[in-house]
Design a protein around this ligand. Structure first.
Ligand code: ADP
Length: 608
């Protein structure tokens, strides 16, 4: 995240300072305005009332002076009084008699007016005045008092007193004070700006630091902490902020650990897992799932799950979500070999009910299904194999019950067939029991060191004897190594295996022919082989003859008393010896069964 710089004039720092200064200016202005107005009013009022009082007193004094009989001293006295009265504030004091003749003036420059008609204005009995006006000569403001002078008895106006005083200087005083006030407020403003900036900084500095720390946290750097400057609200905010970033760091670490754990669980899961978003596009897939589907993460990421699981023809994403079912997917055709996958779907729903996606778990059930199929096949085979002899036995027994037992010609034959079928069933059950014991690994081999050369010869000698007594046209040929081959084997089981293969060689070579038996040693193995010149086995069925109940020609095999379990038992027995059994065959020409057993040649030398 890029750090955004705030211009100074938009900053809180500036705004707080501005508010301070504006508040101060407004208060200073208001206080100043009221103060100046009041000061001016009171200064002027005081001056005017003082002046009026003095003028009134003067008028009274002059009144009594002017009533004196003696003219000379009277004139002198009034002049004296006027000139005494003439102070710095008084510009002119003029005395006018009741006829309008100037008697005296305090202004030395206007002494010429004395004895002349007063030219200022007409004074009369009602011309008592107090007023501020502009002086016509100087243009300055003056305060004019006109007072009637009464005779001591108070019954007649004997003259007028005119006093012009300097009010302009008072105004000047007020304006000087205003100027001082202005300068003082300017200085206060400068100081207040400085103080306001400093105070605002103490507020904005921690906020600025918190902002920077918040940006670092947003970028995933939790290492820093903000400085806590005090115990005030900002200090507490700083502490809380540190606490919050610590908590976020903790939560982030927990989440990260959780994510890693989930990742490792998903990676090591034996089932495939696919996660989608709410539209069904794949956003998560583990290695197992890509293995099962034979694809790669890049190929399926952000693709629709329906497409990847090849469900788009029959299903919609909504159906998967709503039905939340289990599907068995057959990929055998695409992969060119058996592949069955069980897919379980479950939707991810938030607490608010909002569906945020789907999780699909994939299991490779190919083997399981194959096993299941084999089991079903086995049960069906066993039932079928048992039903045939039982059905024929039932018919014979029914015939016997129906009276055939009394017939000496058929009864023995019927009973013999029944006996044969019973024997066949017992044989089959024994074979099955033996196989089931082998499956459960319950058989133990009673191994002993045997000369395989001798053992094979012994078995073949028995068959030679049998052939001599029967009408079979087979000839047994032996192609053995001359050396004695000592191997660790369970003699009984090996004889059983060889008997079975030799019996088969005769059974499936109806026209007789040679049965060639070979014994040879290789570097680490000994190989026995038995070849006949009989019917042979079709190529495509070669791999199946060792399966339980598998017979190329069911009818013929049953006719020969076979159950289809002989080779299966042989295979298990050879496997238990750590060896191998297989067949090569050409249809119509004959088959060769091979048995290889592990063999250590030096042991032979030891024995020799
Ligand atoms: P069975 O009791 O039917 O002989 P086996 O397990 O011994 O059962 O043999 C399985 C099947 O393999 C036989 O039914 C037969 O079709 C075939 N088979 C076995 N040996 C030979 C052989 N030498 N020649 C031709 N087919 C054979």
């Amino acid at each position: 995240m890029k750090e955004k710089r705030i211009r100074f004039f938009f900053s809180v720092h500036f705004k707080i300072a501005l508010v301070f200064v504006l508040l101060l200016m407004i208060s200073v202005e208001i206080i100043g305005a009221i103060f100046i107005r009041e000061l001016e009013a009171s200064t002027i009022h005081t001056f005017e009332s003082n002046m009026t009082t003095q003028v009134e007193t003067l008028a009274t004094n002059l009144g009594s002076e002017m009533s004196q009989r003696n003219d000379e001293p009277k004139e002198q006295n009034t002049k004296q009084i006027l000139s005494e009265f003439s102070k710095s504030d008084v510009l002119e004091a003029r005395l006018v008699d009741d006829k309008g003749i100037v008697i005296a003036t305090s202004d030395p420059n206007l002494q010429g007016d004395i004895g002349k008609k007063n030219d200022y204005e007409l004074f009369n009995a009602f011309s008592q005045k107090k007023e501020e006006r502009k002086d016509q000569q100087t243009g300055k403001r003056v305060f004019v008092n006109i007072e009637q002078i009464y005779s001591p008895t108070g019954d007649a106006v004997i003259g007028f007193l005119y006093v012009k005083s300097d009010i302009e200087s008072k105004y000047q005083q007020v304006s000087d004070i205003t100027l001082i006030f202005f300068y003082a407020s300017m200085i206060a403003l400068v100081f207040s700006v400085i103080i306001a900036l400093l105070v605002a900084r103490t507020i904005t500095k921690p906020i600025g630091e918190m902002k920077q720390q918040a940006e670092r946290v947003a970028n995933g750097d939790y290492s820093g902490h903000v400085e806590v400057y005090g115990k005030d609200e900002l200090g507490q905010l700083g502490e809380t902020f540190n606490e919050v970033s610590f908590r976020i760091e903790e939560a982030q670490e927990t989440m990260e650990a959780e994510r890693r754990r989930l990742d490792s669980v998903l990676t090591h899961m034996t089932d495939g897992v696919i996660g989608t978003d709410r539209l069904g596009n794949i956003i998560l897939i583990n290695d197992m799932a890509t293995n099962v589907l034979r694809t790669s993460t890049q190929d399926v990421m952000n693709r629709s799950i329906l497409e990847v699981l090849r469900l788009d023809e029959n299903y919609t994403f909504r159906m998967l979500l709503e039905e939340q079912n289990e599907l068995l997917l057959d990929f055998s055709e695409q992969f060119g070999e058996a592949m069955l996958i069980r897919a379980e779907f479950s939707m991810i729903r938030r607490e608010s009910g909002f569906i945020s996606g789907l999780v699909c778990v994939l299991h490779d059930v190919t083997e399981k299904e194959k096993d299941e199929e084999e089991r079903r096949q086995f049960v069906s085979n066993v039932s079928h194999e048992l039903r045939t002899p039982l059905t024929s036995m039932r018919s014979y027994i029914e015939a016997l019950i129906d009276g055939a037992w009394q017939d000496p010609d058929v009864a023995p034959m019927f009973l013999r067939v029944t006996q044969e079928e019973t024997n066949r069933m017992i044989r089959m059950i024994n074979d099955l029991l033996q196989l089931s014991r082998m499956d459960a690994n319950k058989i133990t081999l009673n191994t002993e060191l045997v000369n395989l050369n001798e053992l094979f010869n012994y078995v073949l000698d028995r068959f030679d004897m049998l052939l001599k007594d029967s009408d079979k046209q087979h000839k047994i040929k032996r192609e053995f190594t001359k050396r004695a081959i000592w191997v660790d084997i369970d003699t009984d089981r090996m004889i059983q295996v060889l008997d079975n293969i030799l019996n088969n060689a005769m059974k499936y070579s109806p026209a007789g022919g040679n049965i060639t038996c070979r014994l040879l040693e290789t570097h680490k193995n000994v190989v026995l082989s038995i070849s006949d010149e009989g019917l042979g086995i079709p190529k495509q069925q070669l791999g199946k003859v060792f399966d339980r109940f598998y017979r190329v020609d069911k009818a013929r095999s049953r006719e020969m008393g076979g159950s289809g379990l002989g080779l299966a038992i042989s295979k298990e027995a050879i496997k238990a010896h750590g060896g191998n059994i297989w067949v090569e065959s050409e249809e119509g020409k004959g088959s060769t069964f091979f048995i290889s057993l592990p063999y250590e040649p030096y042991e032979e030398e030891l024995w020799e």
